[in-house]
Design a protein around this ligand. Structure first.
Ligand code: NAD
Length: 436
């Protein structure tokens, strides 16, 4: 099938590449000329495990191309995906300007029946808006389908090719058949497609993200209580998560959820409620707990140092909002580092892949260490912010020898409090009993 994907970011690039890999003829489009020029030279603009090889293989096979020419790309395609950003608007709503601009351009370009697919996360009713936007500029027949994306950065390809489910919202039989055919290669083991109406599909995406964010905020609040009453949240997590009605995923306490999706999607869902006369008070609490949680490491440090961080130097392990990505949108590391700098401390950070992204945020206000050990040299304490696997088994003796003082604030509970104390560290985790 001939497919165009408008917007070549984390979602568009992965989706386009995976569709090409399943034998389709795909063209990924972006307005960012530098991004497309880079992709045409084999430079992949994001870090996502396995993506470079997959792009190389499919471009070499002639199934995957990149272009800034939206009109030409749309004209040659039967299916056009809209995968542009939907950032947070001024009052918490999803900003649809990029989606609607893409829709208008698509409308002006189509020459024959085309299926136009909303892949971006968009509020309920957006498929109707997109349809209206396109109908205003063309007489050609088309269908608009809602097909939200559930991939996780860091495991995006695996998630895309082996999805738990594919949600397709459409009222058109013709579009349903075309979408079914496109996704058939990802459903060989069993049928994974859930067809529904577009509004339910749009709501499904927000409800899923809000549910996941709620689980994490819930565990973070349980962790806080564990610290007050002397319980260990890691034991509690196992005790709770092994209940088959609850399950273990997304029960990890930590430094708060961030990333490009949860914060804006929870706010957009809350705003959707408000605009429709519903005060979704649970989501207000979920967000408030998270805002507080992002400050938890700083507060632990302030308590440890008697409120004075001035002149101290801190190491930070992990900048990305989660492992295996370079994405730092709404990352808890930003809140922590800005807090430390604001209190007069110096910061040296290490992240396996996010230094380039971090430089765009902090510039030279912090130091960047090439290795984890470089980030603990001469520091008063280390903060663990992202649970990259390479941080889990360091040479503790080497760390102790390098650090000015053996103090660790572990925002991801990657170390055991008992063992760390045996090794001679002052250790703070999240919800691991009463802090020292
Ligand atoms: P992104 O910011 O990485 O990429 C968006 C791209 O769209 C950018 O490269 C931008 O230049 C391009 N663009 C904007 N307007 C354009 C236009 N008119 N024509 C062509 N290109 C245009 O965003 P993302 O993380 O890929 O997210 C895209 C959508 O998918 C969002 O709605 C997001 O909520 C949703 N989503 C994201 C994830 C994720 O993990 N990142 C997961 C599921 C869903």
């Amino acid at each position: 099938m001939r497919v165009a994907v408008i917007g070549s970011g984390y979602v568009g690039l992965v989706a386009g590449t995976c569709f090409a890999d399943s034998g389709n003829d795909v063209i990924c489009v972006d307005i960012d000329e530098k991004k497309i020029a880079g992709l045409n030279q084999g430079i992949v603009p994001i870090y996502e495990p396995g993506l470079d090889e997959l792009i190389e293989r499919n471009t070499k096979a002639g199934r995957l191309r990149f272009s800034t020419d939206l009109a030409a790309s749309v004209k040659q395609s039967e299916i056009v995906f809209i995968a542009v950003g939907t950032p947070e608007g001024e009052t918490g709503e999803a900003d649809l300007q990029y989606v609607l601009a893409a829709a208008r351009s698509i409308g002006k370009a189509i020459e024959r029946y085309t299926v136009i697919v909303d892949k971006s996360t968009v509020p309920v009713g957006t498929a109707d808006l997109v349809r209206r936007e396109i109908a205003a500029v063309t007489d050609v027949e088309f269908d608009v389908v809602s097909n939200p994306e559930f991939l996780k950065e860091g495991a995006a390809i695996e998630d895309f090719v082996k999805p738990d489910r594919v949600v397709i919202g459409t009222d058109s039989q013709r579009a349903r058949e075309i979408m079914g055919e496109l996704y058939a290669p990802f459903c060989r083991q069993r049928d994974r497609i859930l067809f529904m109406d577009p509004r339910s599909a749009e709501m499904t995406k927000y409800a899923a993200n809000a549910m996941l964010a709620t689980r994490i905020s819930f565990m973070n609040e349980i962790a806080r209580l564990c610290e007050r009453v002397g319980a260990d949240v890691e034991a509690v997590r196992m005790g709770v998560g092994t209940d088959s009605r609850i399950g273990l995923p997304f029960l990890y306490p930590g430094t708060g959820w961030g990333g490009s999706c949860f914060p804006k999607d929870v706010k957009a869902l809350y705003t959707m409620g408000r605009e429709n006369g519903l005060d979704f008070s649970l989501l207000r609490a979920v967000t408030q707990v998270n805002e507080e949680q992002k400050r938890t490491l700083l507060q632990k440090a302030l308590r440890h140092y008697g409120n004075s961080l001035d002149g101290k130097t801190f190491g930070v392990w992990g900048l990305a909002f989660k492992p295996k990505t370079d994405d730092m949108r709404e990352a808890p590391s930003i809140v922590l580092i800005e807090g430390l700098l604001g209190k007069g401390a110096k910061v040296v950070a290490h992240d396996p892949v996010a230094h380039e992204t971090a430089r765009r945020i902090f510039g030279d206000r912090i130091g960047y260490a090439e290795t984890p050990y470089g980030a603990v040299e001469g520091v008063d304490a280390l903060f663990v912010v992202t649970e990259w696997n390479e941080f889990r088994r360091p040479d503790f003796d080497r760390m102790k020898a390098l650090m000015k003082a053996p103090v660790i604030f572990d925002g991801r509970n990657i170390f055991s409090p008992g063992k760390m104390r045996e090794r001679g560290f002052t250790y703070y985790g999240i919800g691991r009993g009463r802090d020292e």
